[in-house]
Design a protein around this ligand. Structure first.
Ligand code: C2O
Length: 514
């Protein structure tokens, strides 16, 4: 518990240092506590204030920047997905909404409730109650009837464990745009790589609910959007509270979101990533910083320290970026200045997967896989030994052609003998499931620049970075690792069983061994 206390104290000091500037720009004072919507009475003061505030925003004229649809346009115009600005940008967006609601609903300590989908699998009652006319929080969600439930492979304990065990910020909150070399506004929406938090529960909940939620441009017209993102934001706060540090990179910290957001008066609110790192400094906290399934997540094994072997390779891998893109023909070694190395291999792909029609993409390593997967530390190993021996094996699916049906989920397996539609998360070869929210979303507004200043064009390709380590660990010692290949297998499952709207095709698969 010691490191955790130290972290909390540190964040407090940082928060105090930043408050001076934030008070001016954010404007509102009282700290609110964001609470779980689970078990909230329909008349809970925060829910009631949200209802009043949303109704008031909907009633404002379109000439007012706080008008509900105008506010939703902020998301359509600026939201980054698939890169390392995903978390801080959406954090700022929620803070902006919270400030407006505090004012319009006249509740200075209002805090957004969060939808902890890991434990509340159905749509919270306050959002399904009545109809869109009688209840300002109701909204058409054709993919998700009141009785439907989110699945374990999207929001269950294994998923949360994988997310919270991410070894660095870019493994947790999606990776930097490929080739980024400045903090120019053009990088805000360029493709990096989505990681599990984004490609699985975040994208999955969007795609599963359907309607506006399933499409980037109108997504935030649905009032549930903000509770969904409050939970994503809470997972970030939880990951930090476990002692994991955000990215130290200046290209991340110094990036500014200028003229994206508004304050409670509807005037521009400019904020940089550096000022979005601490909920406390922004005027809110969460009622629970332990997180879902806390007992199942390995507390010791999370952060890679900057000076341990994994931390050093991670930094080198991140900084090399595209220059680490390997050719096909086996693992290539990338030596580190301080000794040690990481390895990468790649294979191009032309095959397309579709509903119940899987593809297998072999990436040859040029040496036995069983040599690459290190011995897993014994349960009895000390924390230091476990850190020293820690290893990550990732698959990056580059430039994916994404299914046009947002309900499509793509199950990922490795080294299985054939993949059939019956193979699921309990299978030892199962890795994870992908959804594709916002793939191919291109923003026409970016060209017209309706505010008369530079706007970041959205990227049209999607890459995902998948942690293979848990599956490889499970398969260790089995004949499936007695090969010199990692074979990535993709099985799309589409609710509408439509082969043409569920097509998924990565252009290239890269394997990184760190
Ligand atoms: Cu920018 Cu969940 O969306």
């Amino acid at each position: 518990m010691l490191h955790r206390r130290a972290f909390v104290t540190g964040a407090g000091a940082l928060g105090a240092a930043m408050l001076g500037t934030l008070r001016v720009s954010v404007g509102q004072g009282a700290a609110g506590t964001r609470r779980s919507v689970r078990g909230m009475d329909l008349n809970d003061p925060d829910l009631a204030a949200y209802r009043r505030g949303v109704a008031a925003m909907k009633a404002l004229p379109a000439s007012d920047a706080r008008n509900w649809l105008r506010f939703a346009e902020i998301h359509a115009t600026y939201c980054p997905h698939g890169n390392w600005y995903f978390l801080p940008w959406h954090r700022a967006y929620l803070v902006a909404l919270e400030n407006i609601i505090r004012d319009l609903a006249d509740k200075p300590d209002f805090a957004l409730p969060y939808w902890d989908w890991s434990t509340v699998r159905q749509l919270p009652a306050a959002f399904a109650d009545g109809n869109a006319r009688s209840n300002p929080l109701n909204h058409p969600r054709p993919g998700f009837p009141r009785t439907a439930s989110l699945s374990d492979d999207m929001v269950g304990p294994q998923v949360m464990s994988r997310i919270l065990a991410s070894p660095d910020f870019e493994a947790f909150g999606s990776a930097r745009p490929r080739g980024q070399n400045s903090i120019g506004v053009q990088w805000q929406r360029r493709d990096g790589a989505k990681t599990e938090l984004e490609f699985n529960p975040h994208d999955g909940v969007h795609g599963t609910l359907g309607g506006d939620m399933a499409d980037v441009a109108p997504a935030s017209r649905d009032p549930i959007f903000y509770l969904h993102h409050a939970n994503v934001d809470r997972l970030w706060a939880i990951w930090n509270a476990r002692g994991n540090a955000n990215s130290p990179e200046p290209m991340w910290r110094n990036f500014a979101f200028n003229r994206n957001f508004i304050d409670a008066n509807g005037s521009p609110w400019n904020v940089s990533v550096n000022n979005l790192q601490s909920p406390a400094a922004l005027g809110y906290r969460y009622d629970d910083d332990e997180g879902p399934f806390a007992a199942d997540v390995d507390f010791q094994g999370t952060a890679a320290a900057a000076d341990d072997p994994l931390g050093t390779s991670l930094q080198a891998y991140r900084r090399l970026g595209d220059r680490a893109a390997p050719q096909s023909g086996g693992l290539q070694r990338f030596g580190l200045p301080a000794g040690g190395a990481f390895y990468a291999a790649a294979a191009d792909n032309h095959q397309a997967a579709a509903h119940e029609r899987s593809i297998s993409i072999p990436v040859s390593l040029g040496r036995p896989l069983s040599e690459i997967v290190k011995a897993v530390p014994m349960a009895s190993a000390s924390a230091a030994e476990r850190r020293r021996d820690r290893q990550c094996v990732w698959a990056v699916l580059r430039d994916c052609e994404a299914p046009s049906d947002p309900s499509t989920r793509v199950r990922v397996f490795i080294n299985r003998e054939g993949v059939d539609p019956g193979a699921r998360a309990a299978d030892p070869h199962y890795v994870t499931s992908l959804s594709f929210f916002g793939a191919g979303h291109s923003d026409h507004r970016a060209q017209h620049g309706h505010h008369g200043h530079a706007q970041p064009a959205a990227s049209t390709s999607t890459s995902v970075s998948i942690d293979l380590t848990p599956a490889l660990t499970r398969l260790r010692g089995s004949r499936y690792l007695r090969t010199d290949k990692i074979t990535i297998q993709l099985m799309p499952i589409c609710r509408h069983a439509n082969k043409s709207t569920s097509v998924m095709r990565p252009r290239r698969v890269e394997i990184a061994v760190l």
